[in-house]
Design a protein around this ligand. Structure first.
Ligand code: ADP
Length: 243
């Protein structure tokens, strides 16, 4: 048997993933993503009127994104006030999503994205990007493609995919990546720590492999959510027709 990690995974194995769409009634679009112990919930509103109005742009919609960790998301109560880290991650997540969007379609409007980390267990920014892209699709906002996100890193001298909290905290390097499925564009690439050039190549290719797998789950989740009622309707109409 090859190298096994603290949670029993192989180095190139993702944590178990669950996704759900349309989980909030009040939002225009919403999604929930669970990746191992990391749980995130995203709500999307818009395109809608911008307040304060001076922020509106005639060139297209603006995107406002808030990444926030719930006070109960970590073992020690996290201060609910936005930290420097949360402000940075809000910006990084917005930048990871923007290349997938047609902002020029909606001048003078805003698209507001709220990403709430319910439970933090490593890789929260990536789980948020994945969930945001699903929530945008759920809101009916046209996208160039889904954005899938996943990190790779180096822990105990081993390059591995999708670090959990223990690996994340003890890692020598962490490389979060986001990938726009239709164009293959990398829309997020951060490197925390040190990697040799060969290690960087290996980690990047592993992270992209993870993104492709996550994309397949996103696609399946969307198809099931929207196609299941259509299939039901077709079968109902079919049954009525044969009466
Ligand atoms: P990411 O969650 O995207 O990997 P970081 O690398 O900054 O972002 O954080 C790694 C992990 O550290 C988080 O997923 C979370 O489990 C934990 N963490 C982050 N901030 C806090 C905090 N304020 N208190 C406790 N744990 C935290």
């Amino acid at each position: 048997m090859g190298y096994r990690r603290i949670d029993g995974r192989a180095p190139d194995e993702l944590r178990p993933i669950k996704m759900a769409l349309g989980v909030l009634d009040k939002a225009d679009g919403s999604a929930y993503v669970e990746q191992g112990g990391t749980k995130v919930l995203v709500a999307v509103y818009g395109p809608r009127e911008v307040h304060p109005r001076h922020l509106a742009s005639p060139e297209g919609s603006i995107i406002r994104c808030r990444y926030h960790m719930a006070p109960f998301s970590t073992q020690e109560r996290k201060n609910p006030a936005p930290s420097r880290r949360e402000i940075e991650l809000s910006k990084v997540i917005r930048q990871a999503l923007t290349p997938a969007m047609f902002l020029e379609l909606y001048p003078r409007t805003t698209i507001d994205i709220f990403a709430e980390v319910l439970q933090a267990d490593g890789g929260t920014r990536c789980a948020c990007v994945t969930a945001c892209s699903l929530a945008l699709a759920d809101a009916g906002i046209p996208l160039k493609g889904l954005v899938a996100s996943c990190a790779a890193g180096k822990y105990q001298d081993q390059i591995m995919l999708d670090l959990n909290d223990v690996e994340d905290k003890g890692c020598q390097a962490d490389l979060p990546v986001a990938w726009l499925s239709t164009t293959g564009e990398i829309t997020l690439l951060q490197l925390n720590g040190l990697l040799t050039e060969d290690e960087f190549r290996e980690a990047l290719s592993l992270a992209l492999k993870g993104c492709r797998q996550i994309y397949e789950i996103q696609r399946e989740t969307l198809m099931n959510y929207y196609m299941a009622p259509a299939k039901e309707l077709v079968s109902e109409v079919g049954q009525e027709g044969s009466k």
